[in-house]
Ligand binder design. Structure first.
Ligand code: NA7
Length: 534
């Protein structure tokens, strides 16, 4: 295909029209920069555009999972449930694009495949799947942390005669499972959500579970006018208080060791937290992430909940997770365990050999054949680095990001990577990102980048790059901080362990949002310390 050069150079190309890309475009427009978003999907929304499987829902309290930058936006929006559903989030994101008149600078159906730095012009050339080419001084990768689907290399998958869906690439049209024998592979946050819904429709659902998850009750509920009025009246204080918490969530942590109280008192507190719903459980004491003994108390508590919920003791036993709680992302469910009390649901724990192969009519696991009409892969993502590494990103002297990150991602503050001047990442590896509430975290990064670009322009700089020693120190700090926690003790996607061959590096920064924000501010106050400005 012939290469087309599109329009003149822009100040900034943004890749991705999710929550990060849209706010970035809005901020840059306000500063008078010329900017454009290139988006692979046929609509805006990113994660919330693609993950439209039945039951898809955010696990963060609704109002706190919304932009804070515009009071009028808050005033006119009506959040409807405690945890926002995917359709509600997509509606909100489209409303934002309308309200702030972002559409003229968004090009949909445009998958970026390359980004090459031209050192002579200190600019990026961005290439697309359809051989379009764009040039901009700066590139902002707003490509999402969980956007590259992990489709396991199952033997025989291509020959399966039924329908195959990956939850992260769900079709736009409604999928009807009525009367069908459905197999779901994967029991992480996504699997848990999709299983609960498909079970209600399918003739029979077989769940193939590699690792049992800890699923806490969400206690989702409709929000009423009073909830909304209260939030709107106190929005500023509530959001500021959330920002001071470790992850930017609305839940206030109890700063007390689980071992400082009797087992009975610990259980009482855990029960209280369980009833408050969602991730509150992990915030009920301060040492679940650091002390195995403390962690065991929370593990035992949830295992007992599972035994109470599941009628068949053998099935309950198979559903009991054995790893450190909170090591993998805690899953939120609504009667998830009770789903296994249904006559049309079977749980199949996978042995070491996993799924042996897919056949034309189903799959083989544990030596047994399962006949299936549909296969739903809730097998997660090549998280944090997957979407970036799918693009051929070439920095100075032909250095590719894939090569530079061969042994794991290396960034300064999760914002930039040495060797790739003028290329920013929103919530990149090395920043709190997926360990925090993504909305305030995205806003923080976008504001930091926007202010930085403004600073460069005002001071007539044309290039910014992460300094190598500063980056090395930061990477070391990120690793050291993670190593002090129990997060290293299980095969999570935070560690890249879910993707065969991916280097085992703890990718997000686990030092907490407040200290991370302080670091980012101090870097700016010290004249962009650790960055080289030219
Ligand atoms: P996750 O949390 O990575 O879960 C993926 C699930 O798929 C998990 O149960 C995996 O088992 C399972 N899996 C992955 N590969 C295989 C193979 N090859 N065979 C069998 N089972 C497999 O992804 P989600 O989409 O659920 O959630 C991602 C994040 O989105 C979540 O943490 C929230 O932040 C929102 P494993 O546990 O690896 O043994």
């Amino acid at each position: 295909m012939r290469k087309q050069e599109n329009q003149g150079p822009l100040d900034v190309i943004i890749v991705g029209a999710g929550l990060a890309g849209l706010y970035m475009l809005h901020r840059l427009g306000g500063l008078g920069f010329t900017a454009k978003i290139l988006e692979a999907g046929a609509g805006v929304g990113g994660t919330w555009y693609w993950n439209r499987y039945p039951g898809a829902r955010c696990d963060v309290d609704n109002m706190f999972y919304s932009y804070s930058f515009d009071e009028a936006l808050d005033e006119e929006w009506n959040w409807t449930e405690r945890y926002p559903s995917q359709p509600e989030l997509l509606k909100y994101i489209n409303h934002v694009a309308d309200r702030f008149d972002l559409w003229p600078d968004i090009q949909l159906n445009t998958r970026v495949v390359s980004a090459i730095f031209d050192a002579g012009r200190a600019a990026w050339r961005i290439g697309t799947e359809t051989a379009e080419s764009f040039s901009a001084r700066y590139a902002v990768m707003a490509t999402g942390c969980l956007s590259a689907a992990n489709v396991p290399d199952f033997d025989g998958l291509d020959g399966f005669q039924g329908r195959v869906f990956h939850t992260g690439h769900w079709p736009a049209e409604e999928i009807d499972f009525t009367g069908r024998r459905v197999g779901v592979v994967g029991t992480g946050s996504t699997g848990v959500q999709v299983i609960q819904e498909v079970a209600k429709q399918a003739d029979h659902l077989t769940v193939f579970q590699r690792t049992a998850s800890y699923v806490v009750e969400a206690f989702n509920r409709p929000l009423d006018a009073e909830d909304r009025t209260y939030f709107k009246a106190n929005r500023h204080e509530l959001r500021e208080a959330a920002k001071k918490t470790f992850g930017g969530f609305s839940t206030m942590a109890n700063d007390q060791s689980a071992l400082s109280v009797t087992e009975e008192d610990c259980r009482r507190k855990l029960e209280e937290a369980w009833r408050a719903g969602g991730i509150t459980l992990l915030a009920s004491f301060n040492d679940f992430a650091f002390s195995e003994e403390a962690n065991m108390r929370a593990q035992d508590f949830v295992r007992d909940k599972i035994r109470q919920a599941v009628r068949d003791p053998e099935t309950a036993e198979k559903l009991l997770p054995r790893h450190t709680i909170g090591c993998k992302r805690l899953c939120l469910g609504t009667n998830y365990y009770e789903t296994y009390n249904r006559d049309n649901v079977t749980l199949v724990p996978l042995g070491d050999e996993g799924i042996e192969r897919i056949t034309a009519t189903g799959l083989i696991a544990g030596g047994a054949a399962f006949d299936l009409d549909d296969l739903v892969l809730a097998t997660g993502f090549d998280a944090m680095t997957g979407a970036l590494n799918k693009i051929n990103i070439e920095g100075r002297a032909g250095l590719t990001l894939r090569k530079a990150w061969e042994a794991g991602p290396r960034t300064y503050l999760g914002l930039m990577s040495h060797g790739f001047p003028n290329l920013f990442m929103v919530t990149g590896p090395g920043s709190p990102s997926v360990l925090s509430n993504m909305l305030p975290t995205i806003e923080h990064h976008v504001d930091w980048i926007a202010d930085c670009l403004d600073h460069l322009r005002r001071n007539e700089f044309s290039e910014i790059e992460a300094d190598l020693p500063a980056q090395d120190r930061w990477v070391e700090h990120v690793n050291e901080t993670a190593a002090k926690t129990l997060r290293y003790s299980c095969s999570s996607w935070y560690l890249g362990a879910n993707v065969p061959g991916k280097p085992r590096v703890f990718m997000p920064y686990i030092g907490g949002m407040p200290s991370y924000r302080e670091t980012c501010t101090a870097v700016v106050d010290n004249g962009y310390e650790g960055f080289v400005l030219k």
